[in-house]
Design a protein around this ligand. Sequence first.
Ligand code: SAH
Length: 402
Amino acid sequence: MTGSQAVGRSAAGETRQHTVVVSAKGAGRWTAGHPWIYRTDVYAEPRDEAGLMAVTDRRGRHLGQALYSPKSEIRLRLLTRGTEHVDAAWWNARIAAALARRGTIAATAYRVVHAEGDGLPSLVVDRYGPYVVAQLLSAGVERLRDDIVDGIRTALAPEGILLRNDVAIRRHEGLPLEVVPAFGTVPELVEVLEHGVRYLAAPWSGQKTGAFLDQRENRALVAAHTAPGGRALDLFTYHGSFALQLARRAADVVAVDSSADALARGRDNAALNSLTNITWREANAFDLLRQFERQGERFDTIVLDPPAFAKSKESLPRARAGYKEINLRAMRLLNPGGVLFTCSCSYHVHRAAFADMLADAARDSGRRLQLVTWVGAGADHPELLNVPETGYLKGALLAPVD
Ligand code: SAH
């Protein structure tokens, strides 16, 4: 079957609606609630222009409208099953609906749109007070950028919108990695208030969109389990978001990261909260844990929030060994009555595998550890059951019973 064309806007600005035909298998994915259709399930290929596409089955039955990516293995991402006009007003309504689902959040920074998890594939919209930091992660949303930016402006009325499009997965889409202002101005640093703690996020240069918003509720949870007057260790602290929460209860906190820049902001963040009981240490967490074990150091609260060790399925065995090493050592450093909060943000390390690794580490550590609770990302990073890729963060709060 031939004859489909590229999608886009004519010089006059009116939308040309074009059609792509998909296999029964591709259509079945949508029926099952997963928005992606792969290259091999697309019959009639438009030539090379990304954008919005009407999608039908082989008999011409309308299946929906989707974002089309000519260079990606993921060719189509479902936006709507309807035939309505997908314009700035459409994006505004969808973003406003995602915002309404968020309810009340105990912070000035949070995720408004979690891509597939909110039915808006490949679009991330984070709010930092009066500013918005967004990510356009496919060629389709890149193409619809003006309407999306308009939609964000109407739904959230920000003072500025920054696009943190410097994400590696854009390479699969044939898109450049760049950080570009899309509207108004966004400052280098934005102050965030989160569960009573203030910290500076760095939208232009920080990790993700400037901060790790997905751990917000977990920081409050660990703080609530932190012994007043005890000793805390925050490994992989970044700019100290866990450490700040722990420092409000613990007598002293050791905050560790390998990035001097992140630690410098951590120090500023401590000063912002008049906290003087955090020691900032630039170190490799693996080495420092070994050293602490040798020296017989002990802690009442330990946080392990490493970067994703498994970036692919192939790296799983190595990643597991890395996770096991830090967890085993952290377990040995725990004081009786203390807690260990440990997590993995590797999508490829599923919760069952993470639990299995933790059990293995517990056996080798010689400690008996109670599983106090399992957690995931905050509710502003919703997981769609039909799309396992939307759930990546898993964490366990553990307490020794010996
Ligand atoms: N806990 C943080 C997020 C941590 S992200 C928060 O809640 O905001 C992971 C951090 O690990 C990054 O800041 C990175 O610089 C740091 N990192 C990566 N490898 C490391 C290593 N081997 N030792 C110490 N820190 C490391």
